[in-house]
Design a binder for this molecule. Structure first.
Ligand code: PMP
Length: 437
């Protein structure tokens, strides 16, 4: 593009000529907002207008944008070692992060396997679990062990956009073009008082062919912020484990305090065999994925047989800058002050849920920890519900960034938000609701 033309165009216009955005219908799309600065809970656009980032930029930002403490650590690490192959080499940030994460995670996991985003963390978990059974069968040399190849997952689930992750996500508009190419999965409803016995029976009936059960603990994010009760998940986990099925907790969204505990799995007594982490792992500053597994799983790969190796890895596995960002984010997250702020946000969201449940035009107001969600009474509960774009525009006009999933509106703010700022966001939501009814 000639440079003069280039200078005359705004960023949104230049973008429209060269960029293809994620989860965005390209035709009729509104021009993207050009963000020039992020500071705390605020995003500033190229006209100087500020927005409160009330969804933590797709659920990643924990301590606010442009956090100086994390930025400083990344900068110093970048001067020392920015990247190195992770097969045959190691480095301090990767080891230190694993040493720090393992004791924090529920269920006494033994090993950390790094990748670079949420989808890869679940892909790794699925492959790890399926090959676990393959390795065990190979090691034992007996044909009597059952072939455990299937995955058990929840309806309405979402575990990412790569093929394995898509396969174990419920079939939806996101996956429609690929249905015949996705592997077969046994889908069950999330557990409740009415179906738990039936689910237990179903698990038992198919148990010998199931390698693993993957679940988003207590909150199904992209499926519409559906929440379900910990005691029934606990009961289901008991049944799953009784049948020797590996449990994979996808905590990509729920990890690092979102549900009011450090990890959502802490709400249950049964613990997972594998845990997937990303998003808030680096405080939302850099791309990193973690798949933590138990000693039992790791041991199945600890073999003299080269074919029992886990042949998986990405160029940016355990990137030193990303691991450094994660260590810095953990420093901030575990400070007493941050944990108190999470508790204060949770209390404020709980009160807002009570207000919402009495508000006209609102269905199923719900809250867990720092997340509050509800459906606007408008059409069906589906991602393509057009009310989403209307709501987003109305919120932007009031200096708040929200991105409902169809008619499901939710708030998931960074932990640096003050209660007064959160109340401002909440009143904007109520104001928009009144204008829509
Ligand atoms: N699992 C869950 C529970 C998620 O919410 C997401 C992202 N929304 C993913 C996996 C995929 O993560 P990523 O977008 O980083 O690939």
């Amino acid at each position: 593009m000639p440079e003069r033309l280039h200078l005359q165009m705004g960023l949104a216009e230049r973008d429209s000529k060269v960029i293809w955005h994620p989860f965005t219908q390209q035709i009729n799309r509104l021009p993207p907002i050009a963000i020039t600065r992020g500071e705390g809970i605020f995003l500033t656009d190229d006209t100087g207008k500020q927005y409160i980032d009330a969804i933590s930029s797709w659920w990643v930002t924990l301590h606010g944008h442009g956090n100086a403490y994390i930025a400083e650590k990344i900068y110093r690490q970048a001067l020392q070692l920015e990247q190195v192959i992770f097969a045959g080499f190691t480095h301090e940030p990767a080891v230190a992060l694993a040493e720090r994460l393992l004791p924090l995670l529920p269920g006494n996991p033994a090993r950390i396997f790094y990748s670079d985003n949420g989808s890869t963390s679940t892909e790794v978990a699925l492959k790890m679990a399926i090959q676990y059974w393959w390795n065990r069968k190979r090691e034992s040399g007996t044909a009597t062990l059952p072939d455990r190849r299937k995955i058990l997952a929840f309806r309405n689930s979402y575990h990412g956009d790569t093929f394995g992750a898509m396969s174990v996500s419920d079939r939806s508009v996101f996956t429609l073009a690929f249905h015949d190419l996705l592997f077969e999965v046994i889908f069950i409803d999330t557990p409740c008082a009415g179906n738990i016995r039936q689910l237990e029976q179903l698990v038992q009936e198919s148990a010998t062919e199931i390698a693993a059960f993957i679940y988003e603990p207590l909150v199904q994010g992209a499926g519409g912020m559906n929440m379900y009760e910990s005691r029934y998940l606990d009961e289901l986990l008991v049944a799953v484990k009784r049948n020797n099925i590996l449990c994979i907790a996808d905590e990509v969204m729920t990890g690092f305090g979102r549900t009011g505990k450090l990890f959502a799995s802490e709400w249950m007594t049964e613990t997972p065999d594998i845990i997937c982490l990303s998003k808030g792992l680096t405080g939302g500053t850099m791309a990193l994925g973690v798949t933590a597994c138990s000693e039992r799983i790791y041991e199945a790969y600890n073999s003299r047989d080269p074919l029992q190796t886990f042949f998986h890895g990405h160029s940016f596995t355990a990137n030193p800058l990303a691991c450094t960002a994660a260590l810095a984010s953990l420093d901030l997250l575990l400070e007493k002050d941050c944990l108190e702020r999470i508790a204060a946000i949770a209390r404020c969201q709980q009160s807002f849920r009570d207000v919402l449940s009495l508000s006209p035009g609102v269905r199923q107001a719900r809250c867990l920890g720092t997340i509050v969600a509800f459906e606007i009474e408008h059409g069906k509960k589906e991602y393509l519900n057009e009310i989403s774009a209307v709501f987003t525009q109305q919120a932007l006009a009031r200096n708040v960034y929200l991105r409902p999933l169809g008619n499901t509106v939710y708030l998931m703010p960074p932990y640096c938000i003050t209660v007064a700022q959160l109340e401002t966001v909440q009143s904007v939501v109520l104001e928009i609701l009144r204008s829509l009814i």
